[in-house]
Design a protein around this ligand. Structure first.
Ligand code: DI6
Ligand code: FE
Length: 399
């Protein structure tokens, strides 16, 4: 079915810089792919158009890519939020058995059906707010069966909703209680699961948490070697609370992305630039943990490292389902320009997932796009908590 969309202001992001605005634009979609786009006045004659749809002067951007979420979990951690407001640190709460471990207990206790229902609601909220490609991590199961369950739920979301879902195995998220004092044994176990989870078609990438409250660089390196042996790309929660040299390690393994990065140093920046790893910045977690150390945005820019933004949705450090709020915070907290922020949740978010077929509007790309009741794309970063009533199109069809 070929569909001609017209009467839109296109924000194509087609070039390396600039919004790529096209006024009075038209787009021809066929087989879920953009075949032609440009000013309506330049529409070639004789295009095969089976259906025509007017977008009422809407601003059209590429579909948003939320490249870092922990969407599969049960329960909530509002009590920890209160404890932190009274002065407890995230690390101290984790050391006392709370934090990620608290969500692991709740997640293990939930049924797969409950996990699916809760995750579906969250994914649907993101879809309604313009997200067309979504990464979902495991990491609240932390044994083979529970990790497999979380990854099955993530996969199922991509079948139930008109969204592209990428599933990331984050079994090296924290040490589960049954392995207390035996972190290296747990890493051995994770390395043994990986080929099985991958063989079941449940994993698109492998992630780990490199931090003093999680795993050290040598342990992460073993997980990454197992990922490579299973033919899977890697990414890393790196330098979130301290500089562990995680970004350099990840870059040596050709990481798709390094994420968080508040404590990233010059050597980490250089390593990421050389490896072409994307810097995924997560202002929701920075804000919610009331962090003060800023990621080195200017150094990343100067080194030519692509910067992405994501929600990092999770119950401990970023309980948001609001992608546009992340764009706003990317600008206000991290001093990104609005164009950098929007690229961060489109073309660079896609790159952080290894996807080159989306994130821009140009011929040959997937026809994932969003029609917004806005005049200019900088408004995506400007309104706070307004949720403009957008229409979301996935592979050329309204979702
Ligand atoms: N860093 C984070 O911000 C999340 N995971 C991670 O490695 C937090 C996960 C949680 O607190 O539940
Ligand atoms: Fe995260």
């Amino acid at each position: 079915m070929s569909i001609l969309y017209r009467d839109a202001r296109l924000c194509t992001l087609a070039g390396p810089t600039g919004w790529g605005l096209v006024d009075d634009g038209a787009m021809l979609v066929d087989g879920g792919t953009l075949r032609w786009l440009g000013p309506a006045a330049a529409l070639p004659a004789g295009l095969p158009v089976e259906r025509e749809h007017r977008l009422g002067g809407a601003l059209v951007t590429p579909g948003l890519v939320d490249c870092h979420t922990h969407l599969v979990y049960a329960g909530q951690r509002a009590d920890e939020f209160e404890q932190r407001l009274r002065g407890a640190s995230y690390a101290a709460i984790a050391d006392a058995g709370g934090g990620i471990a608290a969500t692991v207990r709740a997640t293990r206790a939930a049924s797969e059906h409950e996990l699916l229902a809760a995750t579906r609601q969250r994914a649907l909220a993101l879809l309604r707010r313009g997200v067309t490609t979504l990464e979902i991590k495991s990491g609240y199961g932390l044994d083979l069966d529970h990790e497999a369950r979380c990854l099955r739920v993530a996969r199922r979301i991509g079948e139930l909703l008109p969204l592209s879902v990428r599933c990331t195995c984050l079994s090296a998220h924290t040490l589960p209680p049954e392995y207390a004092g035996r972190a290296d044994d747990y890493i051995d176990a994770v390395c043994a699961w990986l080929p099985r989870l991958a063989g079941a078609g449940l994993v698109d990438a492998v992630d780990a948490f490199c931090e003093h409250i999680a795993f050290d660089a040598a342990q992460v390196a073993r997980v990454f070697d197992a990922a490579r042996a299973a033919g899977l790309p890697v990414k890393l929660h790196a330098e979130q609370l301290s500089d562990q040299g995680g970004a350099q390690l990840a870059a040596r393994h050709g990481a798709l992305s390094c994420d968080h990065l508040e404590y990233l140093g010059p050597q980490g920046v250089a390593a990421m630039a050389a490896a072409g790893s994307v810097a995924v910045l997560l202002p929701g977690a920075f804000y919610f943990l009331r962090e003060t150390r800023l990621p080195p945005v200017q150094a990343l820019r100067e080194a030519g490292v692509a910067i992405a933004l994501a929600t990092d949705h999770n119950p401990g450090t970023s309980p948001t389902l609001d992608p546009l709020l992340m764009l706003n915070m990317g600008c206000t907290l991290f001093r990104l320009t609005p164009e950098e922020a929007v690229r961060g949740m489109t073309v660079h978010g896609a790159a952080a997932l290894g996807l080159r077929d989306r994130g821009r509007l140009c011929a040959g790309q997937r026809a994932d796009f969003v029609a917004w009741p806005l005049e200019h794309p900088n408004e995506l970063c400007y309104w706070i908590g307004q949720q403009p009533a957008c229409r979301v199109y996935v592979a050329g069809e309204e979702a």
